[in-house]
Design a protein around this ligand. Structure first.
Ligand SMILES: Cc1cc2nc3c(=O)[nH]c(=O)nc-3n(C[C@H](O)[C@H](O)[C@H](O)COP(=O)(O)OP(=O)(O)OC[C@H]3O[C@@H](n4cnc5c(N)ncnc54)[C@H](O)[C@@H]3O)c2cc1C
Length: 377
């Protein structure tokens, strides 16, 4: 979100973090922080970044007979140790090392990997941990449950001729209210061919393509029918099993809103005059005509890119709540989770800004704690 942007007054979701018109990210923030200097040239923040490290588990100390206390992490040092990395080589095992925390440990492995790390550490559903012979530190049934994602897909068209007029065009956006009174459909258009994310998707060029991207925000498959992240093995180098369970709950209403967005996209595109028009619809394609055909197309096409909520914050009496309101993992001391897995319910919009806000809040909570006790990190 760029506070100075003239686009802020438009009724649109925030898609990216930008500063002065340029994309910004966590990487930018970390790079700026690590290189920041005091006027005397000394390092401003006590931050070290170590790359090529794969965390295998959180380490706990049980000595004071109270709650187990997180004291740091075990990690493997080496390049491309995770099997999802295309450069992965199973013979390169990495070197096992430990990093200890002077105060607290924070995991920010994201919606898929934070639950994996917590489970490998013994903080997760007891029965699943036992299946993998992982000693149970605390039984937290909610870790890896409650996986949610917006539904995304594209309505792809081909114009009669390339768009010279769009030579330097950026995305425009509009957000219609759906008939079932949901403010949860986001329809955004651009001169590109975009059916979803796949290796090489960003290199697809088609000078006469126009895609209406559809995002169904706040889909209804949450709660007990939400998706899951479960362990395939106790090997930290393996990927966890990801089950989105799309359309397991509330499918009819969600699909109704998405069918309506296809109708809107088609209506707009049908009215484009020559010479740019007429457009030929490539996806779903003119053969996908009836409501049930469009619904089936949507079910086949929806892709994930906003996964959240697998380690949710929740009330004391919610047995599926993994975290309290201060991001602390329940049942242990000295461990917090700060990433997209915290949201009890998917926030709906494109999530990066909201994750940044959560991170700012978590920083405030931690700084307040240590300011109060007059300690510093
Ligand atoms: C293709 C795609 C496009 C997207 N486009 C947008 C967009 O336009 N706008 C938007 O708002 N959102 C977008 N998103 C969503 C957004 O990128 C994510 O919601 C966001 O990055 C999640 O932030 P996070 O901090 O929770 O996790 P992540 O950004 O996934 O960060 C987790 C980090 O932990 C590291 N990690 C994981 N496990 C370990 C381990 N064991 N040891 C060490 N490190 C580990 C990972 O390498 C990663 O760097 C997109 C997502 C995808 C996949």
């Amino acid at each position: 979100m760029d506070a100075g942007s003239r686009h802020q007054s438009q009724p649109t979701a925030t898609l990216h973090m930008t500063k002065d018109g340029k994309r910004s990210s966590v990487q930018t923030y970390l790079a700026d922080s690590v290189s920041a200097k005091n006027p005397d040239g000394s390092k401003k923040f006590p931050l070290d970044i170590r790359t090529n490290c794969l965390v295998s588990k959180v380490l706990f100390d049980h000595r004071d007979h109270g709650k187990p206390k997180a004291v740091g992490v075990e990690f493997l040092e080496g390049k491309s140790l995770y099997v999802a990395d295309p450069r992965f080589n199973k013979d390169k095992q990495g070197i096992k090392k430990h990093a200890y925390a002077s105060k607290e440990t924070v995991t920010s492995g994201g919606t898929f990997n934070t639950p994996q790390i917590l489970k490998l550490s013994g903080t997760g559903p007891a029965s699943e941990l036992k299946d993998h012979s992982i000693p149970v530190i605390v039984d937290l049934p909610g870790v890896g449950a409650n996986l949610q994602d917006n539904y995304g897909f594209g309505v792809v068209n081909k114009a009669a001729m390339p768009f010279n007029v769009f030579a330097n065009c950026t995305f425009g956006a509009m957000r219609p209210m759906s008939k079932n009174k949901e403010n949860g459909i986001y329809l955004y258009g651009g001169p590109l061919k975009f059916s979803g994310f796949f290796p090489g998707y960003s290199r697809v060029t088609e000078p006469s393509a126009w895609t209406w991207g559809v995002l169904k925000q706040h889909p209804r498959n949450h709660g007990s029918k939400a998706g899951t992240i479960t362990l395939i093995s106790d090997n930290p180098r393996a990927v966890p099993r990801v089950r989105f369970n799309p359309f397991a709950e509330g499918a009819e209403k969600d699909l109704e809103a998405m069918v309506e967005s296809v109708e809107i996209a088609r209506k707009i595109i049908m009215n484009v005059a020559e010479p740019t028009g007429p457009f030929a619809e490539q996806e779903p394609g003119s053969e996908v005509d009836t409501t049930s055909e469009v619904k089936q197309f949507i079910k086949n096409q929806v892709f994930s890119h906003h996964a959240t909520s697998t380690c949710k914050i929740g009330a004391d009496d919610d047995k599926m709540a993994c975290l309290d309101s201060e991001f602390r993992v329940r049942g242990v001391d000295g461990l917090r989770v700060v990433d997209a897995s915290d949201f009890p319910r998917i926030p709906g919009s494109f999530p990066v800004i909201l994750i940044t806000m959560v991170s700012e809040k978590a920083s405030d909570v931690m700084l307040k704690k240590y300011d109060k006790s007059n300690e510093s990190f």
